[in-house]
Design a protein around this ligand. Structure first.
Ligand SMILES: Nc1nc2c(ncn2[C@@H]2O[C@H](COP(=O)(O)OP(=O)(O)O)[C@@H](O)[C@H]2O)c(=O)[nH]1
Ligand SMILES: [Mg+2]
Length: 196
């Protein structure tokens, strides 16, 4: 399905499970730890400077944001996880909100799980990946901030990821840089095939 990325409009921003509307769209979901570069990559794909806010204060975006691209398709920006300076209550709220999202019978065409290419996946990254595998959600891994590594450093990290991430060989992957635009074309094609 061809998408009109430039048309994205914030449809609704949900801070509680109750605010989640019933399924109306085919959804492409963006998930990752706080500061992984999710807003930057979303803005790059949507061709906007700041539709999805690039946060100077990580951990602030604790809502699920729905960006409508067409009558049928929505991009869903999940709140980032793993920001250290977040209260227990806030962590619990994240869990309930994201849990409610994934269990509300939605039409999830694809989950784009973002991983910072420079570091080993965090315990929560792995929890998320295992959750996606166990729930049989269609997902891919988008490695972010590739411009921060040299070619050989990146190759080294990829070898390490193969050991660190379960089912690594059978998961679709794309290496991206929001800074340089690397991988965004490939990511768009993968999204479009998932929606087809
Ligand atoms: N060098 C580089 N920095 C990036 C890239 N993507 C994001 N950043 C920086 O990483 C920080 C967090 O980015 P943001 O998009 O707000 O992450 P989010 O918390 O996952 O939404 C910001 O300072 C961004 O400028 C990238 O591809 N390359
Ligand atoms: Mg963000």
């Amino acid at each position: 399905m061809k998408l009109n990325y430039g048309q994205a409009k914030l449809e609704i921003s949900c801070g509680t499970a109750k605010q989640l509307e019933e399924n109306k769209f085919l959804e492409v979901v963006f998930s990752g730890r706080s500061n992984v570069g999710k807003s930057s990559l979303l803005n790059k794909i949507l061709g906007r400077k700041a539709l999805a806010r690039v946060s100077s204060a990580p951990g602030k975006t604790a809502t699920i944001n729905f960006y409508r691209l067409s009558e049928e398709v929505c991009f869903v920006d999940l709140p980032g996880y793993g920001y250290a300076k977040v209260s227990k209550a806030e962590k619990q709220r994240w869990k309930e909100l994201v849990g409610a999202y994934f269990s509300s019978g939605r039409e999830i065409a694809l989950v784009v799980q973002l991983i910072d290419c420079r570091h080993s996946p965090s315990a929560q990254d792995l929890q998320m990946i295992n959750f996606l595998i166990d729930g049989e959600f269609p997902f891919l891994l988008a490695f972010t901030k590739a411009d921060k590594l040299s070619k050989s450093q990146l190759a080294e990290r990829m070898e390490a990821f193969a050991e660190e991430i379960p089912m690594f060989e059978s998961i679709a992957k794309v290496v991206t840089s929001a800074e340089k635009g690397t991988g965004t074309g490939e990511l768009k094609s993968l999204i479009e095939s998932a929606l087809a």
